[in-house]
Design a protein around this ligand. Structure first.
Ligand code: DLL
Length: 436
């Protein structure tokens, strides 16, 4: 098999798709109600029975599921099948509290591999490709998800794992890897090291990047594309819902197609929980439509995005999810203004002289929130005369203030000072939290 372009599901007229979604939704709800105590209790509390769900719109009657539900039922309490039917266990990365445990039946693994194969195909990967996986293997869903997806396509998988950047580059040269898989921030670290090693990326065989696992801006995409000579594509997912394979870019790169035959998306107001009209920016809520071991009903992802139902020139009718602004829990409230690290990233990438490495430090002085942005700058700016440095600083501060609507103190740091990560980048140091 060379490509997984599931035209039947990916180019389906919306009416047919909605019919399929409803059938799958009803089956999922029945299974969840029958087999998961937490869901049964939630239904009871809201006075709802599975047979009350007659349409997709009725889904809004159901209560949300949150990470806390998974935590309370840690480790296996939300599973809808006995453990003997589970063939794989993974866990969320646990960046926000205790990790949550997720399980897959044999069928779920097949579904998952296919979904990943579908976004890889959409991004232009074929059986002729050599796919270097530089996500960490282990409980994290990234490496295994992409690994199985690439094998499903028939591509050759190089299971490097994360880290050991120089070796990554040597393998890339020697094995002639054509596809790089990892977090966008780690891809940048690889690009930096390549430059330090004096390796011309044009001498490599790389042509596609499959990046995900963390928010990244269009500026970062341009940076990776120009430095690695690749087409840098985004893909999105989360462990609780399946892992990677929820949504992915096609070659138009104008929003990630969300696999609506497997997931039903809603956008809600993160404060009130109210459903928002199509096109609105809000929190993504996902319901799984085909998963067996761990069905999720109205799972609050905490990711802020919007959905675009307009047709895409690639022919897929699946809704497109915009790059996420970040997670609701990454949103900083500075002097009452909501700020996402991704907005700061977008500003920095547009400024000549800023290196693509930054860190945001939030602190409090008395009742005042303080926002500080540490940015790496090119050597010539860092060692430049004070006056020019000052002017540069003022220009960056002005741009940040006019974009965010709140001021920030910018500090210039020399190249290499901001810590690098092999997995997900840590963009924010919130000193207010550590003092709590
Ligand atoms: O990060 C699954 C994944 C792995 C997706 C590899 C894509 C590639 P978790 O560790 O559970 O699962 O973290 C999920 O990561 O709720 C988002 O906040 C963030 N995230 C994942 N992909 C993207 C992306 C995996 N493309 C959490 N853009 C999610 C923005 C992303 N954020």
């Amino acid at each position: 098999m060379s490509q997984i372009w599931d035209r039947e599901h990916e180019c389906m007229p919306r009416e047919e798709l909605e019919q399929l979604q409803l059938e799958r939704l009803q089956a999922t709800i029945n299974r969840a109600y029958k087999n998961v105590t937490c869901y049964r209790n939630k239904f009871k509390e809201s006075g709802i029975l599975p047979e009350d769900i007659h349409s997709l719109a009725d889904l809004a009657k159901l209560p949300f599921t949150t990470k806390d539900d998974l935590r309370v039922n840690y480790p296996y309490g939300m599973f809808a099948v006995p453990l003997r039917e589970v063939v794989r266990i993974h866990a969320s990365s646990g960046t926000t509290g205790k990790a949550t445990v997720v399980g897959y039946t044999r069928n779920d693994i097949k579904t998952w591999s296919n979904l990943v194969a579908r976004f890889m195909t959409a991004a232009g990967v074929t059986h002729d490709d050599l796919v270097q996986i530089s996500f960490g293997y282990g409980l994290f869903t990234g490496a295994f998800g992409l690994h199985y997806g690439a094998e499903t396509i028939g591509a050759s998988v190089i299971p490097m794992g994360a880290g050991n950047t120089e070796k990554q580059i040597t393998i890339m040269q020697d094995y002639r890897s054509t596809v790089l898989v990892g977090t966008p921030s780690y891809a940048l670290t690889i690009a930096d090291r390549m430059e330090q090693m004096g390796i011309d990326p044009k001498s490599l065989s790389l042509r596609v990047g499959l990046f995900g696992g963390e928010p990244w801006s269009e500026g970062m995409r341009r940076e990776l594309e120009s430095r690695l000579f690749i087409s840098a594509t985004d893909n999105y997912g989360l462990s609780e819902v399946i892992g990677p394979g929820v949504a992915g870019d096609c070659q138009q790169k104008s929003g990630m197609h969300l696999y609506e035959d497997a997931f039903y998306p809603e956008i809600i107001d993160p404060q009130s929980g109210a459903l928002l009209p199509p096109g609105s920016v809000g929190e993504l809520v996902l319901t799984t439509l085909t998963k067996e071991a761990l069905p999720m009903l109205r799972y609050r992802t905490r990711d802020i995005t919007s959905l675009d139902y307009s047709p895409c020139s690639c022919g897929r009718t699946l809704v497109r999810m915009k790059k996420t602004m970040g997670r609701t829990d990454d949103m900083l409230i500075i002097k009452g203004v909501n700020v996402f690290p991704s907005q700061i990233e977008e500003v920095l990438f547009a400024i000549d002289g800023c290196e693509p490495h930054y860190q945001i430090v939030v602190d409090k002085k008395g009742p005042m929130d303080l926002l500080e942005v540490d940015i790496e700058v090119t050597e010539n700016i860092f060692f430049d005369e004070m006056k020019r440095q000052r002017r540069f600083l003022e220009m960056v501060e002005k741009k940040i203030a006019s974009t965010l609507g709140v001021g920030a103190t910018v500090r210039l740091v020399e190249p290499g000072r901001i810590p690098r990560h092999e997995g997900k980048a840590v963009r924010v140091v919130d000193k207010r939290r550590s003092e709590e």
